[in-house]
Ligand binder design. Sequence first.
Ligand code: SF4
Length: 273
Amino acid sequence: MKEPKERKHSKFSASGADRWQNCAGSVAISEGVEDTSSKWAEEGTRAHEILEALLRIELATCADASQIDELIKFERVLKYTPDLGFTERQHQEMTAHAKNTAKFILNLNKEANPQILVETRISLEFIHPAAFGTFDGAALEFYGILDVVDFKYGAGYPVSPTKNLQMIFYAMALAHKYDWAFETARLWIDQPRVKGYDGPMFWQLSIEELKSWVEVFEDKVLEVELNPDKFVEGPWCRWCKGKKLCPLKKEKRSENTRKVFSTALDISSVDFE
Ligand code: SF4
């Protein structure tokens, strides 16, 4: 998963929350390192653009002139464009998945007529000014349910919504923005291409419980600032931009090189006679 959605650099990004909360050193080391794009990341980005276009078109009401320009732009996103480097089949697959997710978002808690938000930047500036991210979709029922949805296009690594720090980030930021005026939060992940996919999955928590995560995030931000040289390896390394500069990874590479050399030396010293 990219930390792709934080198009403008966020030091404490939502999508990188698992990384920076577990490896304080990754923050400084990743600073200024360019994102290296992969075909999977590009596909994910495009699928998100299609989802946004579908939702914005569906939610558009009375269009003034400026909205019409926007809608034309979104209509264009839905058309197959060979220049982008995807096959028509890939485009159709992205569109089919994005349509299902869009439908899901638009139908969330429908009986309560919630306010739907799409691809919106949200921040935890009450914790740190450089803590922000952009969520895919949310349905806000004030004094009721706060639903937040993340669309994941990756097929390789299933992501669980339970205690998912990226989703907690979005929900906290949204709840705080609206004075915590909700009873419950549901954090949804829709990852349609993952093996065994059985529809969007969610984790539910009370707003009081959600609030208790503020302190956890504050402590983790402090840890990054107090221990910029503390490195901890784990599954979060997968998305770390600073991997090439990471001392733990460098050490591992040197160790591997040493092993290769010593194995080669052992073989050359074997007496075959
Ligand atoms: S690659 Fe290194 S810096 Fe990045 S998350 Fe892993 S341990 Fe931390």
